[in-house]
Design a protein around this ligand. Structure first.
Ligand code: NDP
Length: 292
């Protein structure tokens, strides 16, 4: 039976550490960090994600003005809003909740964000810096995945890591972060032949596919660390991960639940990235600007 990696508890400890740092900044007379949250339209899933982010910001003491824009907004109007936030010195981080309506040019909008405020790490400058091994904002879900793996105490170095999924926001950056920690990394995707034989080699398996319970027990190496990034809504309205939790937890050494695994850690990492953005924009007394 696996040990459950409690992403919720881990996220609370990360947020408590950030909260302590924000309080320390306030005690030195510095302003609070600020994350501007932009939501376009009224997609219920997007609203729920934004609510989680704003409430985490409130918890840690980060200002999080919510900018609600109509679904009818044009690309030009949204670009103007991004430029306004770029120019506002009180804003440290800008989060554009995705997806945007189809008629809006998502790439143009993300490319317009000042890279020093790009706390989601989606700007091409940050993506390039990640792959070049330079300082950058790393996307929040991949960062959270690494923290979840590290929380098991298992040394990533030299392990066989398999990432199922190759999206720009999850699969690829997770693979790069594992590579940086000296894992031997395989990226699997929809054209991978005999996926089970690939995943069975994994000491560390990260599932970021978007297909409910597709990773089954027979695909797992006994004792593996299994991180489930998937968030899927099933026909009965419940949430399911990409991993068949009940069966896989009989084989894996460690496993994250859904909900309560990668989701809360993503939000905690967004707070961490916002704090880092604040440090980069502010003159902070020595000793207060250290990444946790
Ligand atoms: P994408 O749809 O962008 O990417 C899915 C990836 O899975 C693609 O690379 C695709 O391969 C691959 N894939 C699809 N079918 C198969 C298959 N049968 N076998 C192997 N690989 C397959 O999704 P995202 O990366 O954005 O998200 C993945 C999941 O993670 C979703 O459930 C999403 O909701 C969740 N998520 C959770 C977050 C969190 O905070 N916990 C944050 C972001 C996402 P190909 O490239 O060949 O098409």
């Amino acid at each position: 039976m696996s040990k459950i990696i409690d992403g919720k508890a881990l996220s609370v400890s990360v947020k408590d550490s950030i909260r302590g740092k924000v309080q320390e900044l306030a005690s030195k007379g510095l302003r609070r960090p600020c994350l501007a949250v932009v939501i376009v339209g009224d997609d219920p899933a997007s609203r729920s994600y934004v609510k989680g982010k704003v409430s985490a910001a409130e918890y840690v003491g980060i200002d999080s003005p919510l900018i609600e824009l109509p679904a009818s907004i044009t690309t030009g109007e949204l670009l103007a809003e991004v430029q306004r936030l770029n120019a506002d010195p009180s804003v440290d981080g800008i989060l554009i909740q995705l997806p945007l309506p189809e008629h809006v040019d998502e790439n143009a909008v993300l490319d317009a964000i000042d890279p020093s405020k790009d706390v989601d790490g989606f700007h091409p400058s940050n993506v390039a810096a990640l792959w070049l091994g330079r300082p950058c904002f790393v996307p929040c879900t991949p960062l959270g995945v690494i923290k979840l793996i590290e929380s098991t105490g298992i040394d990533i170095k030299g392990k066989n890591a398999v990432v199922v999924g190759r999206s720009n926001i999850v699969g690829k950056p997770v693979a790069k972060l594992l590579l940086d920690r000296n894992a031997t990394v395989t990226i699997a995707h929809s054209r991978t032949v005999d996926l089970a034989s690939v995943t069975r080699q994994a000491d560390i398996l990260v599932a970021a596919v978007g297909r409910p319970r597709m990773i089954t027990a027979d695909m797992i190496k006994p004792g593996a660390v299994v991180i489930d990034v998937g968030i899927n809504r099933t026909a009965d309205g419940k949430l399911a991960g990409d991993v068949d939790f009940e069966a896989v937890s009989q084989v894996a050494g460690f496993i994250t639940p859904v909900p309560g695994g990668a989701g809360p850690m993503t939000i905690a990492m967004l707070m961490e990235n916002t704090l880092q953005a604040f440090y980069s924009h502010s003159i902070v007394p020595e000793g207060l600007g250290v990444r946790s």
